[in-house]
Design a protein around this ligand. Structure first.
Ligand SMILES: [Zn+2]
Length: 106
């Protein structure tokens, strides 16, 4: 599954949504077993959001040009739908975080 809550690589403690969105930076200490792990994100987050926005803008333009006189009111609706979609995408970002064990020192 692409989207799921991050899990500690050592003790498998599940990070809930609020905790996952608080995971900033590159390393973090597990709240449960106190071991240090690395935080990995699936690609740059701005790229993910950029792709979502571009797709939505493309759909809007298509709807706008294919709807004739209804264009303007439909456009407002689709923009509202876009805002909802982008908000949902931002909301899903913490679910793309993966935790990996810190590499042992040489
Ligand atoms: Zn742990």
């Amino acid at each position: 599954m692409f989207l799921r809550l991050p899990v500690c690589p050592y003790c498998h403690a599940v990070y809930h949504y609020k905790e996952a969105s608080d995971l900033k930076g590159k390393t973090e200490t597990c709240y449960h077993c106190r071991k240090t792990f690395l935080i990995r994100r699936r690609g740059p987050q701005w790229l993910f959001l950029g792709m979502v926005s571009l797709c939505l803008i493309g759909i809007d333009v298509l709807i706008f040009f294919s709807s004739g006189n209804l264009g303007m009111s439909l456009l407002i609706l689709t923009v509202l739908a876009d805002v909802l979609c982008v908000t949902a995408a931002v909301w899903l970002l913490p679910l793309t975080i993966r935790l990996v064990p810190e590499k042992k020192k040489k």
